[in-house]
Design a binder for this molecule. Structure first.
Ligand SMILES: Cc1ncc(C[n+]2csc(CCOP(=O)(O)OP(=O)(O)O)c2C)c(N)n1
Length: 319
């Protein structure tokens, strides 16, 4: 991998990790309300995807979407402000954790409805195709969402219309408390691609290089007008489904074994071994992420609450 992009991916992974750690801290100290679904352990996927996109390429995201937004160009300060319901957030504090959208950066939005972002992504890809643009869309969704009707309907149309889209399933092993093997008829969800006449591939979602190689094939196909790809990235979420999850459905040992396979540590080891970076450079990147997160926290804590007088702004009425 080329050095500049590799370092960018490393920085993004660290920025996502710091963001998530701070979000849970603020939640536990009652400064951030609502629920938060953490992406810790899954950072390799969003960071690698983001490194291959321009602002004209689109994503749609999920309830576990902070990492996707950051990888697509969200700054930590406005993202955290959104989680805290502040007026300076990406959606003026009206969306919160599960609804960050940033159209300027091509983030068509996170979605609390499981599988809800996928048809929206198909709409984005259809627009790209109709305008004759050389751009593509990535629809992020989970293994739970992979069983939703919306996802299957979306895949059918995208294949029929040869849209420039990648259906990217982040299979983290669970849908809330239900292990994937108890909810899903196949071991690798990407085999379902056959039903829609598109290529399907399953890769190690903790391995930046494996994700990147598969993305390369999928993006080439999308931009050549050949249609969609189903890409499954197998990973694991280190934290509970959300911040209040007592996690009775798995053992500490299982979590610990996956933490050994930390995607950030693994990519750091690769960068050093391939001599793409020196130890000091990587330490500097980590410290820069810490400093950025500290500044973002100050920004979000000191930002104003939305003005109640503006409650009806951005509300659309039909009729
Ligand atoms: C249509 C719909 N059904 C159910 C829910 C409740 N729900 C929220 S998250 C979730 C699990 C989703 O699992 P998965 O798609 O694997 O994503 P993960 O949480 O593992 O990232 C469910 C069932 C919902 N939000 N929307």
């Amino acid at each position: 991998m080329e050095r500049e992009r590799a370092l960018r991916i490393y920085a993004t992974m660290n920025r996502i990790r710091k963001f998530e750690e701070k979000a849970v801290q603020l939640f536990e100290s009652n400064k951030l309300r609502g629920s938060v679904h953490l992406y810790i352990g899954e950072e390799a996927i969003a960071a690698t995807v983001g490194s291959r996109m321009t602002d004209q390429d689109y994503i749609t995201s999920t309830h576990r979407g902070h990492g996707h937004a950051i990888a697509k160009g969200a700054t930590l300060d406005r993202a955290l402000a959104e989680l805290m319901g502040k007026a300076t957030g990406y959606c003026k504090g009206r969306g919160g954790s599960m609804h960050i959208a940033d159209l300027e950066k091509g983030n068509l939005g996170a979605n609390a409805i499981v599988g809800g972002g996928v048809p929206i992504a198909v709409g984005g890809a259809l627009a790209q195709k109709m305008k004759g643009e050389k751009h593509f869309t990535v629809a992020f969704f989970g293994d739970g969402a992979s069983n939703q009707g919306t996802v299957h309907e979306s895949m059918n149309l995208a294949s029929l219309w040869k849209l420039p889209i990648i259906f990217l399933c982040e299979n983290n092993g669970f849908g809330i408390s239900v292990p994937t093997w108890q909810s899903t008829s196949v071991k690798d969800v990407s085999v379902r691609a056959v039903g829609y006449d598109m290529p399907g591939e399953t890769v190690d979602g903790n391995d930046v290089l494996a994700i990147d190689a598969a993305l390369d094939r999928a993006i080439t196909r999308a931009l050549a007008g050949e249609g969609p790809t189903y890409l499954e990235c197998k990973t694991y979420r280190w934290r509970g489904h959300w911040t209040g999850d007592p996690e009775p459905y798995r053992t500490r040992e299982e979590v610990a074994a996956w933490m050994e396979r930390c995607p950030i540590k693994a990519f750091r080891a690769y960068l050093l071994k391939a001599k793409l970076a020196k130890k000091q450079e990587l330490d500097d990147i980590e410290q820069a992420a810490d400093a950025e997160m500290e500044a973002a926290t100050e920004f979000a804590l000191n930002s104003p609450e939305p003005d109640p007088a503006q409650v009806m702004d951005d509300v659309f009425f039909v009729g």
